[in-house]
Write a protein that binds this ligand. Structure first.
Ligand SMILES: [Zn+2]
Length: 134
């Protein structure tokens, strides 16, 4: 409920004005490495990709092409995830390739998505399914 949040923020600002505690303008400079809680930029590279606008548009393009439907069960139209047919971890050059993506619901993604641990594919069967069904 964004309107409630906004109202609470406004209320908070009103109170802070009353008691003379508006956030100091220096606060806006305490970002990233200037913030006391900065831990040296430890966000893993893959997380940075997942939160990037480029990744978001790749996901949306995959969903659109598959008409927002799981390609395995064709039932689920909610809880959708974009699967990398050739695994994200092993084919960095195909991470944003729409033809390497397919829409899956959460359970199907668990069942048929490729699993990579320490740079090795651990569920070969589902990877074969992935490549052959293409
Ligand atoms: Zn499914």
């Amino acid at each position: 409920m964004p309107h409630v949040k906004a109202a609470m923020r406004e209320c908070g600002i009103r109170v802070m004005k009353k008691v003379g505690q508006l956030p100091h303008p220096i606060e806006k400079y305490r970002r990233g490495s200037n913030h006391p809680n900065w831990r040296g930029g430890i966000t893993p590279y893959r997380v940075k990709i997942w939160t990037s606008p480029q990744y978001k548009s790749w996901r949306e393009a995959v969903f659109k092409r598959d008409s927002f439907q799981c390609v395995v069960c064709r039932i689920n139209t909610h809880d959708l995830e974009a699967d990398h047919i050739k695994p994200f971890a092993l084919f960095p050059e195909l991470r944003f390739d729409v033809s390497n993506g397919r829409t899956m619901c959460k359970p199907c993604h668990r069942a048929y998505g490729a699993n990579v641990r320490h740079g090795r594919l651990v569920n070969q069967a589902s990877f074969r399914y992935a490549v052959e069904s293409k």
